[in-house]
Write a protein that binds this ligand. Structure first.
Ligand SMILES: [Zn+2]
Length: 576
């Protein structure tokens, strides 16, 4: 009988090590929480995973999530864990949960996260056990969490600004010089405690909670430049990440916004991550051009990094909720405001109202983010007509020989308003998106996992990237895709001890079938605290994943192990 010489061995896999070089057949041995050997492993493992026919890569790092509250109620970090994600970054776009000096500040901070990211307030309130305190207190609470995967956080603009200006002024006015200094101090505190950087949301055209502006809209440049200088004096990594001002504006405004990002990078001497960078129907090619321009203008030592999604961007919307589709049809919008679903049901029985809607539907004014055309509105969910999934409203109307607005009404009412429509908002052309995905400077991210819980499915982006951009379109080699999902992320975020398969590095691994990995469908689950529903995408082909040396999923399902850690930046990888 031979005694095991390693805790875990993955044997005979196609090793895609994250560096981007050619994959090779081999084994990986794990001792404790780190990788011991990559290549040929002669010793036995206490536990062994059969890698034959599968690819073994570093676990995927999701750099853009809003799972801050989920970490408190969903220790298995679903659905991200089922996609082979082993590290999630929270606190994006300025929305985090600390510091919280008092109940009024907490109220505003939760309002902001809930409202902007479309997460039910009750789900946050009922789950997050941190209710007041400093960032140090919050980080202590995070250290105590027992969750499946690793996680890290940014310092969020919203809570630090709320702590200094108070919940009324935070979304109303610029900070004074003295307040700016206090905001900068709080950011410095967060970085010292181990936050990976600072985040904010400056998107013009987005609304904040309580009918107000976003804190990132009302602050002046000096406030964020002061934060950038703090990042610059921080000895570790530390990046500035933002949803940019011009996200919903024209090409010219988006190009001009780059000057601001370059200033922030120059002030911080650290990367400034800007995203999502979208392509749009209204300005074809603008996504690629912005990525290319950003790469061209960036300094190597302090780059502006364009973060892109690898998926067509859409937000699902119902007919009894305010959304792009409803707002485009004044008669429908008025009915919704006047009396909700009942009033829409009544409207549907009124032939003159139906005719008014048809007329409005024929002349919807296009916007930058939606063409206003019914062929660009997909059916995404219909309990009574599941066969309509993926078809567009124009097509269905033509087939039924009725007007597109009658399709909206008839299907939604038959479905008791459960129907989900999806106007195509960005990245809708697959060829143009391919150009962006292939650009070496484009950082894959923008999953928004945990946010927009009833309307967005992009948390599956890693699986989609392997399925679509590697296997179906061959836009990326497997090696390049894995590098973009792992080592490039680790380098940017400051995790020198993760993101690659090499001896001494953390044993975060994903074992998957490159020929089979795919998304398989979407569904609503009612598992949120306080009973709320959320939309999840199912996936197949993820055979197993490992976090800090422990197997955490098999066949895409959590096995009940929770070895994840609250990660601080690591400047250089120690070799064990
Ligand atoms: Zn976000």
């Amino acid at each position: 009988m031979t005694a095991a010489t390693h805790d875990l061995v993955v044997r005979g896999a196609l090793i895609v090590d994250g560096n981007g070089g050619p994959a090779f057949e081999g084994d990986v041995a794990v001792d404790g929480d780190h990788i011991a050997l990559v290549g040929t492993v002669t010793g036995k493992g206490r536990e062994e995973l059969d890698g034959r026919g599968l690819a073994l890569a570093p676990g995927f790092i999701d750099p853009h999530t809003h799972l801050d509250a989920n970490l408190f109620w969903d220790p298995d970090v679903t659905p991200c864990s089922s996609y082979g994600v082993t590290t999630v970054v929270t606190g994006n776009c300025g929305y985090t949960l600390a510091p919280l000096p008092d109940a009024a500040a907490r109220d505003y901070v939760i309002d902001a996260l809930s409202f902007v990211e479309q997460i039910p307030r009750a789900a946050i309130e009922e789950s997050v056990t941190f209710v007041a305190g400093t960032q140090a207190d919050y980080f202590t609470a995070l250290d105590r969490l027992a969750v499946l995967c690793n996680f890290a956080t940014f310092v969020g603009h919203v809570p630090v600004r709320t702590a200094v200006l108070g919940p009324d002024a935070v979304h109303e006015r610029p900070a004074t010089a003295e307040e700016t200094a206090r905001i900068a101090d709080l950011v410095a505190d967060g970085l010292k405690l181990g936050a990976i950087g600072f985040s904010t949301d400056q998107v013009v055209g987005n609304y904040g909670p309580r009918g107000g502006a976003l804190p990132g809209q009302v602050c002046d440049d000096d406030e964020l430049l002061a934060v950038a200088q703090v990042l610059g004096t921080n000895p570790g990594p530390g990046l500035f990440t933002m949803a940019p001002r011009a996200l919903l504006q024209t090409r010219a405004e988006r190009e001009a916004d780059l000057e601001w990002h370059l200033r922030l990078a120059a002030a911080s001497h650290k990367p400034v991550v800007v995203g999502p960078v979208f392509d749009r129907w209204s300005e074809p090619g603008v996504g690629y051009d912005l990525v290319a321009l950003t790469a061209e203008r960036s300094r190597a030592d302090a780059p502006v990094v364009p973060q892109i999604s690898t998926r067509a961007f859409e937000l699902w919307t119902r007919l009894d909720m305010p959304g792009l589709v409803v707002r485009a049809l004044p008669t429908l919008n008025a009915a919704l405001i006047a009396g909700g679903a009942d009033e829409i049901r009544r409207l549907a029985t009124d032939e003159s109202a139906r005719q008014a809607l048809r007329d409005e539907g024929d002349r919807v004014a296009p916007t930058l983010i939606w063409s206003g055309r019914w062929e660009h509105v997909a059916m995404r969910w219909s309990p009574t007509r599941p066969e309509l999934y993926g078809r567009n409203v124009r097509d269905i109307a033509t087939e039924l020989q009725i007007h597109p607005t009658d399709v909206l009404l008839d299907v939604a009412i038959a479905d008791n308003f459960e129907t989900q429509f999806a106007p195509s908002m960005a990245n809708d052309d697959d060829d143009r998106l391919a150009d962006m995905v292939a650009h070496p400077a484009a950082m894959i991210g923008a999953s928004d996992a945990g946010a927009h819980v009833l309307s967005n499915t992009d948390s599956c982006y890693a699986v989609w990237t392997l399925q679509h951009w590697v296997r179906e379109r061959r836009t990326l080699t497997l090696e390049r895709a894995v590098r973009k999902l792992t080592a490039d992320q680790a380098d940017l975020l400051g995790f020198a001890d993760r993101g690659r398969l090499a001896p001494g590095l953390a044993a975060d691994l994903v074992l998957f079938d490159p020929d089979r990995v795919a998304t398989t469908g979407v569904r609503f689950v009612a598992d949120q605290p306080a009973g709320g529903r959320r939309l999840v995408t199912d996936a197949t082909g993820i055979a197993a994943s490992v976090v800090n040396g422990t197997v955490v999923t098999r066949d895409g399902s959590p096995v009940g192990a929770h070895p994840g850690r609250f990660l601080r930046p690591v400047v250089s990888a120690g070799v064990a």
